[in-house]
Design a protein around this ligand. Structure first.
Ligand code: NAP
Ligand code: F7E
Length: 345
């Protein structure tokens, strides 16, 4: 039987790298798209693919960019993959306030370029996965679990672009009969998380402080609440979503909530850092009781013009129909991230 093939946009990212590993283990031929960068951007996948020695026969890398529709068309039309995973995005919410047009082009229109390429290539059997986000829900009115029918109210151009991408995915399914599904994933983290996302910043910062390599960690809103899962669990859900008998939209989350501050406290406890919190608002600080030094402070440059205060996801539909549930919890996620930083930072 012919091997299944998958084309991953965003393969060099956190999720793309775990998904590539997962699909190769499942027996797929994996094709990944990386964008041109002035310095290497393949750190997360170098262990899978050695571009000099062409070590892995199950993995191919191509140059591509979601800004370039003709490149996307050529890749899709020549590879004719069984499954396409669109994980590429300008994925940082705060940065989308600085580069709103670029974010809309890549995170929003990039999705349209891929779907239109699948349609124009006449690939009726190709299945499409869209990396939708809990950021689409944005301003939730009541602090309760969000599900697939909760209305969207995005609070950034990142969120707005993801809403465009979500509806484009549904539209291509309804108008052209494509197998196109949205995985609406809540925050998920790992040792491979980008350095400017809050969990990585906290774990890396506190480990470095513990090692004496860094004096202080500056953060923004300590009271935002998130539902944090492990990226390894979440890439499995992406695959399960595309194996379901029909295309659909799915919440993937843990249904547990934690504030940024309680995440810090959990990490500090595991590192045996004895923190004492003092002050309020912009003047709030955490002091290391061992030496009375400020190790965490608040800097308004990390605040967003509009914040998403509360996100918690109800993944009951995925649990019932896809038989998916998270294997990790917040403790094992933090352990994994800390162990990595202890060795590498
Ligand atoms: P990530 O680590 O930021 O990875 C994003 C990927 O997109 C990287 O491979 C990046 O390439 C690539 N990319 C950026 N701009 C591109 C362009 N113009 N053309 C082609 N590729 C481009 O993000 P992630 O955490 O793995 O998330 C994967 C997807 O899920 C993203 O779409 C994100 O928005 C979405 N999402 C993430 C979460 C989460 O909590 N992690 C939750 C919900 C949804 P470089 O490596 O060269 O930068
Ligand atoms: O912020 C607060 C910040 O940047 C989480 C992306 O993967 O998940 C991610 O978006 C919270 C926010 O993730 C700092 O204000 C405080 O309330 O880690 P984050 P995010 O914005 O939730 C969604 C689901 C995605 O789809 C996105 O692609 O933490 N916060 N202090 C901070 N955040 C950052 N980055 N840095 C701080 O210093």
């Amino acid at each position: 039987m012919k091997k299944k093939s998958a084309l991953i946009f965003g393969v060099t990212g956190q999720d793309g790298s775990y998904l590539a590993e997962f699909l190769i283990k499942k027996g797929y031929m994996v094709h990944g798209v990386k964008r041109r960068s002035s310095s290497p951007n393949t750190e997360r996948i170098d262990h899978i693919f050695d571009s000099i020695n062409f070590k892995n026969k199950d993995f191919n890398l191509y140059y591509g960019d979601l800004a370039d529709g003709s490149n996307i068309f050529k890749l899709i039309n020549s590879i004719k993959p069984s499954e396409v995973y669109n994980l590429a995005a300008q994925s940082h919410v705060k940065i989308s306030f600085d580069i709103p047009e670029y974010t809309s082009d890549i995170t929003g229109l990039g999705t349209l370029r891929i779907l239109e390429s699948i349609r124009a290539s006449g690939l009726k059997k190709t299945k499409y996965y869209q990396a939708s986000s809990s950021e689409m829900f944005g301003k939730v009115l009541k602090k309760k679990s969000i599900n697939e029918i909760t209305p969207f109210h995005p609070r950034s151009m990142y969120g707005v672009s993801k809403v465009f991408a979500y509806h484009t995915t549904v539209h291509y399914r309804e108008a052209y009969g494509l197998y196109a599904s949205n995985g609406i994933l809540f925050n998920h983290e790992s040792p491979r998380r980008g350095a400017n996302f809050v969990t990585k910043k906290i774990v890396q910062g506190l480990v470095r402080i513990k090692k004496g390599k860094q004096k202080k960690l500056s953060l923004g809103n300590l009271y935002a609440i998130r539902d944090w899962g492990h990226a390894k669990d979440y890439v499995e859900s992406m695959w399960k979503i595309l194996q379901y008998k029909k295309p659909d939209d799915w919440i993937i989350a843990t249904n547990k909530e934690k504030s940024v501050k309680s995440f810090i406290n959990l990490v500090a406890k595991k590192l045996k850092l004895n923190l004492e919190w003092k002050g309020q608002g912009i003047n709030e600080v955490a002091i290391d009781k061992k030496n009375n030094k400020i190790v965490i402070d608040v800097n308004k440059k990390f605040f967003r013009p509009t914040e998403v205060e509360y996100l918690k996801g109800n993944y009951k539909k995925a649990k019932t129909l896809l038989k998916w549930k998270p294997k990790h919890n917040i403790e094992t996620l933090i352990d994994d991230m800390i162990n990595y930083e202890i060795k590498n930072s």
